[in-house]
Design a protein around this ligand. Structure first.
Ligand code: GLY
Length: 352
């Protein structure tokens, strides 16, 4: 396996175990203002981590930029980091993405370990080696593939997450269910994420991470089947950008959830994805995530964002779509009219 994923209910014990197997000269821990306050005290129970140098950056995806990346590079340099130093990224996707990219580029690459503090991070961002920053108004525009040496998933964190953070991560789990098989997908749709049973959630998380691991193992650089993981994200990223433009940003997973509905519709139009499955996903998303209001005046903006998607090639708009649950097709060329129809039908389904 590319990723060495360890589940623990005791973060300091878990990290001691990983660090005892590693050789490094200096240890750095990257946190943001929130994880510095809430997660770092738990990690500091480990003796090795007490000796580490902490780098604290501003929280929020809007700070996943070149200025903050420079802050990390500077702190590593001023702290005496060498190629043998180790960086722990303690935080959500913003910290693991940007810390991973700092680790990929500092002195041409140092080892890093991810400790996700959100469900979204645990099931997606911290696993698989995509790192990067936002640039020029585009998300993750600059980055590198760099696998973490280990990912430590502290199951206790999930119990303290606000429901919107749980829902955000759960959308990526729904995506993993949709691209794997009907049994896994049904288990997710039967799960009450707004009132979670944590033991069941943990089992679902492990199953979900395993889906991603299998795919990344086979295609770490996204030449082929890793594109399965983009389901829901082409329309979803456009919705996320629209929400930011309106001044009312939404959690990434919420945008993915609405993107999954739009792309289930496109899957039906292009590949005959069963209609009953569109209704099932739309109902789950509507009941748990609510609706995101789109009018036809938004179509030009959404389309413009979709045309900038990294998955497009030679002027073609490429989507990852489904023939059925567990049957995925990548690089499906979709036209402007089909995209607009998917938004029309999304609005019909959600009564907008
Ligand atoms: N978030 C999708 C991937 O890691 O490929």
């Amino acid at each position: 396996m590319i990723n060495n994923i360890i589940y623990t209910s005791n973060i300091s014990e878990g990290v001691e175990k990983i660090l005892s197997q590693k050789e490094f000269d200096l240890l750095f821990i990257l946190t943001d203002e929130n994880t510095h306050r809430y997660a770092m005290p738990l990690l500091s129970k480990s003796e090795i981590c007490q000796k580490a140098k902490e780098i604290v950056i501003l929280a929020d995806d809007s700070n996943k930029n070149i200025e903050n990346l420079t802050t990390i590079w500077k702190a590593l340099g001023e702290g005496g980091a060498t190629r043998k130093s180790l960086l722990i990224n303690l935080g959500g996707g913003m910290v693991t993405d940007m810390g991973g990219f700092a680790a990929a580029t500092f002195k041409r690459g140092i080892e890093h370990i991810n400790i996700p503090t959100t469900l979204l991070g645990a099931v997606d961002a911290a696993v698989g080696g995509k790192t990067g920053i936002n640039f020029g108004g585009l998300k993750n525009e600059i980055g590198a593939f760099k696998q973490p040496s280990a990912v430590l998933i502290n199951t206790e964190f999930f119990k303290t997450l606000a429901s919107e953070h749980l829902l955000s991560g759960f959308a990526e789990m729904l995506k993993h269910g949709l691209i794997s098989n009907i049994e896994s997908y049904n288990r997710l749709l039967q799960f009450d994420i707004c009132n979670p049973d944590y033991a069941t959630l943990l089992a679902l998380v492990e199953e979900s991470v395993a889906v991603k691991e299998r795919i990344v193992e086979e295609d770490p650089l996204e030449k082929g089947i890793r594109k399965y993981l983009n389901l829901g994200h082409t329309s979803g990223h456009a919705i996320e950008s629209l929400a930011i433009k309106r001044g009312t940003p939404v959690q990434h997973g919420y945008a993915v959830a609405w993107g999954l509905v739009c792309e289930a519709i496109l899957s039906h139009l292009k590949l005959g994805f069963p209609q009953k499955e569109i209704y099932r996903i739309a109902e789950y998303i509507k009941n748990n995530y609510g609706t995101f209001n789109i009018s036809c005046n938004d179509y030009p903006y959404l389309y413009e964002k979709i045309t900038h998607d990294k998955k497009n090639e030679s002027g073609r708009i490429n989507y990852t779509l489904l023939k059925d649950v567990g049957i995925v097709e990548i690089n499906v060329a979709v036209t402007k009219e089909e995209i607009e129809t998917s938004f029309d039908l999304y609005r019909d389904l959600f009564g907008l």
